[in-house]
Write a protein that binds this ligand. Sequence first.
Ligand SMILES: [Zn+2]
Length: 115
Amino acid sequence: MSESSPDKKSDRAVRGWSRVLSLWHLCGNAACIRARACRGNIRACGPRTFALLPPGVQDWFACLLEAKDEGLSFDEALQRIDETPAAQAFAEWNAAVAASGGEQPRDRRHDRRCD
Ligand SMILES: [Zn+2]
């Protein structure tokens, strides 16, 4: 399999979103948390941790995908989302992740590892 195979590309995309959404913050894998990025199997880790995100942050991501489907650029999409409650939820999520210093929120901690 070459570096540019569709599988690798989509893995990279999911890893990118994992960073944008701070999914590593919800991962049970200590290596992911230390790296502040998913270090395990992103295909297992991505969907699992995404489901643990606050609903508003999931909405934020859904809005972004919707805007992308409509042909908007990333910046245009963000501008549009800025006018929705999802932007607030995303900002609060980022603040919570920053305030945690990388520690997982206790109520969302789970035992399963991503690999
Ligand atoms: Zn992980």
